[in-house]
Design a binder for this molecule. Structure first.
Ligand SMILES: NC(=O)c1ccc[n+]([C@@H]2O[C@H](COP(=O)([O-])OP(=O)(O)OC[C@H]3O[C@@H](n4cnc5c(N)ncnc54)[C@H](O)[C@@H]3O)[C@@H](O)[C@H]2O)c1
Ligand SMILES: [Zn+2]
Length: 365
């Protein structure tokens, strides 16, 4: 088992512990009780995570009020589910002395975190992520929220967890496609911050794909350290935190143009290759770098090109509507070396000419 701290600066600075291990879930409840002595717990999960047995393992027969989100996934990540969660908490006579426990993937974590942020003006949330994506990314960093019918994460709050427990054993029940897609965020972490970590993933890919607990714990440590460091430096995403958006500008456009048929990590894989091609156009490439990245993504079985039927003009149009666009054109996060962000005047998201992007989209076929 491994522990690390994340310190969030600001008006009310705070610190939380991330605990990483295998087979943690069955012994976790007494630890949560010990950390939140007088608080009463409310557990939020979804139907697949519950069906996989993880809720039972966590609660061990204890009678704890809980909410099982049905159907699981993005379709339920909306304000109606949030209302249902909050009202279930009220009906269970819970008050300001509640601790919300989020057991599940990123959708559960985002929804439970958001419910915790607004219930009685805010109660603590413990995150127990159970997908590769949530363990690598969403459980750390404090972004919570739900979608509107118009856009993703339209409602939201920064609400940092009070604690994070990563049990890599929960990943054993995750389906193969979800498992692989979530690993793309780990590759992203290597690319933006740590060449050695990238090389570790590259050399250990077989063990990663067979879900060996040791390598999964090592990866969780790297992921949390990298994301934790960035969040500590820039909790509100004023500049440096934008580096986590590597591959996400074009990736989000592809995800949205697929009408969310592609999983987030799958679309980000295309976005990472796109970033590599942009880097080549801008003289930021190194020999062999993009081939190695493509090689890993192909071995993962995630897409490395824009799907055939996807219209380029649609992608350009979505890019113009990017929520971080300035003058209707987004900024891009690029690297100039494995593990190093390319900065322009200290800025982590930089200008890329529209013609370069158009050319790159043509190359991605
Ligand atoms: N807050 C952040 O910083 C942040 C960062 C990245 C992504 N996100 C959000 O995360 C969400 C995606 O998260 P996700 O990819 O984890 O999706 P998800 O939560 O929908 O989980 C994917 C599927 O796997 C199932 N599942 C989860 N854990 C399981 C397990 N251990 N065994 C069997 N089935 C399991 C779920 O029920 C679901 O059907 C998106 O809404 C995205 O916006 C948030
Ligand atoms: Zn992402």
């Amino acid at each position: 088992m491994h522990e690390m701290q994340v310190k969030v600066p600001g008006d009310a600075p705070r610190e939380y512990t991330i605990t990483i291990g295998a087979d943690l879930l069955s012994s976790l409840w007494p630890r949560i009780k010990a950390s939140f002595g007088t608080h009463r717990a409310f557990v939020i999960t979804d139907e697949h995570v519950a069906a996989a047995g993880h809720l039972e393992t966590l609660l061990g027969g204890r009678n704890i009020p809980s909410f099982v989100i049905r159907p699981a996934g993005e379709v339920s990540k909306n304000i109606n589910t949030t209302v249902a969660i909050i009202e279930a908490m009220e009906k269970a006579y819970l008050g300001r002395d509640t601790v919300v426990v989020a057991l599940g993937g990123g959708t559960v974590g985002d929804m439970a975190g958001f419910a915790a942020a607004i219930f009685k003006r805010g109660v603590p949330v413990v995150q127990i992520p159970t997908t590769t994506l949530a363990q690598a990314d969403s459980a750390v960093g404090g972004k919570t929220g739900v979608d509107s019918s118009v856009s993703k994460n339209a409602f939201g709050a920064f609400w940092h967890p009070a604690a994070v427990y990563i049990d890599v054993s929960t990943l054993q029940t995750l389906d193969e496609r979800q498992y692989r897609a979530g690993l793309v965020e780990a590759i992203k972490h290597g690319l933006i911050a740590d060449a050695e970590y990238f090389e570790l993933i590259e050399s250990q890919l077989d063990a990663i794909l067979t879900r060996e607990p040791d390598i999964l714990q090592t990866m969780a440590q790297h992921n949390c350290r990298i994301k934790g460091d960035v969040v500590e430096a820039d909790p509100r995403e004023q500049n440096q935190r934008r580096m986590l958006n590597y591959g996400h500008t074009i990736g989000h456009a592809v995800e949205s143009a697929s009408d969310y048929e592609m999983l987030h990590g799958e679309a980000i894989a295309v976005g990472i290759v796109a970033a590599g091609l942009i880097e080549a156009e801008m003289g930021l490439s190194e020999p062999g770098r993009l081939d190695r990245i493509r090689g890993i993504l192909e071995k993962l079985g995630v897409p490395v090109n824009v799907p055939d039927q996807m219209d380029e003009n649609k992608l350009i149009d979505i890019l113009k509507h990017d929520k971080k666009a300035v003058d209707s054109w987004p900024k891009f996060v690029l690297i100039d070396q494995l593990g190093r962000i390319h900065q322009q005047d200290g800025r982590y998201a930089v200008d890329v000419d529209r013609k370069i992007v158009e050319k790159v989209l043509k190359q991605l076929r």
